[in-house]
Ligand binder design. Structure first.
Ligand SMILES: [Zn+2]
Length: 345
């Protein structure tokens, strides 16, 4: 099959489009013909070998996590899926045997494996995954939209729905509205939970798109102070919840925008991993900090239900042929997008 793989860490030049063996479908797995695969920051970090993702070659590694496609073959023990089913794949594989998995908290499984990082991924014509990781999508949902779902909506669901429990009468501050997580957070906060949404972004064009997605107010952080503007928009009170996926550059400003008793939720740090936390403010203002990394299998089931019902709609910015994965990586590195970048085998 055709696939995009790496045989060394490096820049976009290490992305090779070529032939790799088809994956073998185990009894508990489905083999899926990939119709769309979406990019995540993790793909870029894995390619570069930074952030603890350095690995030994050979064997080559097929990159990519999120994807959607059609079931080509179902293993002998699979009861829930059949050939021809249209599915979206949760790229996070868990052991199903540890105390956390047995308790339904498989997001805490110590034996987690990510497609495209620990094992071969979705920049390919076929993948084989446990049936528990494949969810049926309705006919009106496109493969591109479905492929853009898991890694953006899982941490957002984990943060806003399950952990911070954002309420309809509350206000959430969503940092960097143009990234996949930002577009997902606006939709979940507004369309699923009915809360008020303040988003931040860097250009008038991106601000207009954030507003169209459901943001009630947008702060242009290149011209306005995030703390002051968020306070002004909440009558001086501060926001109830922050959704952060960008880290170091914005942590201090966003943290200061919280009301006493607010919740600070973070699921990423694209601008840098280290920030300074003023402990006095943490305890006197009784702030809760929530760290989120993807979500669990029940989160995924709920998200796919909302996708099939049309309540949420992942934002696809651009679709590239699989053979042009390097151009897609380049676009992500240069922040030239609003929403998700998708590859089509
Ligand atoms: Zn486990």
């Amino acid at each position: 099959m055709k696939a995009v793989y790496i045989e060394a860490h490096g820049g976009t030049e290490v992305l090779t489009y070529g032939d790799r063996p088809d994956p073998v479908c185990q009894p508990h797995q489905v083999k899926v013909q990939v119709r769309a695969a979406s990019l995540n920051r993790l793909d870029l970090y894995t390619r570069a070998g930074g952030r603890g993702l350095r690995r030994n070659f050979p064997p080559p590694l097929i990159l990519g996590g999120d994807c959607a496609g059609e079931v080509a073959e179902a293993g002998s023990q699979v009861r829930t899926l059949k050939a021809g089913d249209r599915v979206v794949i949760n790229p996070r594989l868990t052991c199903g045997q540890c105390p956390q998995c047995l308790a339904g908290r498989d997001d805490l499984c110590p034996r987690t494996q990510f497609m495209g990082s620990a094992i071969d991924g979705s920049y390919a014509e076929f993948v084989a995954v446990p049936a528990a990781n494949a969810h049926v999508i309705d006919p009106q949902v496109s493969f591109e939209e479905a492929a853009a779902l898991p890694t953006t909506f899982l941490p957002v669901w984990n943060m806003l729905v399950r952990r911070a429990q954002l309420k309809p009468w509350e206000t959430v501050l969503v940092l960097s509205a143009s990234a996949g997580v930002g577009t997902a957070a606006i939709q979940v906060a507004k369309r699923v939970l009915g809360a008020r949404v303040i988003a931040t972004t860097s250009t008038p064009e991106k601000a207009a798109r954030a507003a169209a997605l459901g943001a009630d107010a947008v702060i242009n952080y290149t011209q306005e102070d995030i703390t002051e503007k968020a306070k002004a928009l909440t009558g001086g009170a501060g926001v109830d919840v922050v959704v952060d996926h960008v880290g170091a550059d914005f942590f201090a400003k966003a943290f200061a925008a919280l009301r006493p008793g607010g919740r600070y939720a973070t699921c990423g740090a694209t601008t840098g991993l280290r920030a300074e936390l003023q402990l006095g403010l943490l305890f006197t203002r009784q702030i809760e900090i929530i760290g989120a990394f993807m979500g669990n299998k029940e989160d995924m089931r709920q998200i796919v239900a909302m996708l099939n019902r049309g309540v949420i709609k992942p934002v696809v910015d651009k679709v590239f042929p699989l053979s042009q994965a390097a151009a897609a990586h380049q676009a992500m590195e240069e922040h030239q997008f609003f929403g998700k970048l998708v590859l089509k085998p």
